[in-house]
Design a protein around this ligand. Sequence first.
Ligand SMILES: *Cc1c(COP(=O)(O)O)cnc(C)c1O
Length: 352
Amino acid sequence: MSGEYQRPAAGPGGLRLHLNENTAGCSPRVLEAIRAVSALDVAFYPEYEEVISESAAYLGVPESWLLLTNGLDEGILAATVAAAQAGVTGGVLADVPESIVPQPAFDMYAVCTGAVGGRVVEVPPRADLRFPLEAVLRAIRRSTRLVFITSPGNPTGVRIDLDDIARVSDALPPGARVFVDEAYHDFCGDTAMPLLADRPNVIVGRTFAKGHGLAALRAGAVIAQPDTLGPLRRVVPPYSLNVCAIAGLRAALSDVEYLEWYRSQVRESREMIYALARRRGLPYWESGANFVLVRVGARAAELVTGLAGRGIFVRDRTGDPGCDGCVRITAGVVEHTARCVAAMEEMLCAAP
Ligand SMILES: *Cc1c(COP(=O)(O)O)cnc(C)c1O
């Protein structure tokens, strides 16, 4: 599972419903802000002050609890490096640092753990793909440095009880952390932020890629108690957000109406995909995210290829643990979802 992240391919053009991106594009205010960047702005190291204070206000945390990163991916990397460092005593690494990764999971946890010489402890999925709390608790040991929890899950969209996350936090050995990846927070509002005040071993990760549509600008955030965040700050380079990302993020945060509109599109799109699954008698998972996992069965690969032939890209997740026969479909702009649902319906009807 570790190794290099494989960037999923898509043909030019077409409808990209395979990477959970915001297919409406970012708010127009973001483009205005980028166009306003001057020659000197590009030539000088960027100012961080305002973007930090505005992001902290947006997230409702003190500035000392916030670290802005070059996408959440960089936050995951920084947390992994910091966690590995925490296992070093007297210049010697006591154990191979272990990351517990409940399956199925976002690839970067294993990629980053591998990059620091760590070991991934995979927790197998439950049949219903709900958070496997008991199995995660059983997997925790002295060499555990990190537990990755994706809330809501990717590729499942499954939401996780805050109590379950608290139980994991309670069970960790000293120095270990639970990293709560809230990449899809914008689409359900779930957050482990209320745990942060009492729990120095909880780290929350957010991204502005999905809801705000800044995936290519690269802007993410890590939130934790200041002492917990310290080791991550020592990992992240001082200017990992470039001037366009800073200008774009500030503009995106100011456009609350845009985010609200996109969220409502996502809610409607999820319902359209659920309705398709029900009509065709296909199992699906209620999602807190901007995608839906549907079990289409043995024809998954055929369906994904057939849709690609019509210029619609969805993700075959058959290879993921517990996801046999499943495809993941981005639920974004309603008009895009309608095209995908119509094409799927036609193909599923035609299939024997
Ligand atoms: C998309 C995604 C990320 C990466 O976010 P970036 O800000 O684009 O790096 C992290 N975690 C999960 C679960 C994701 O789906």
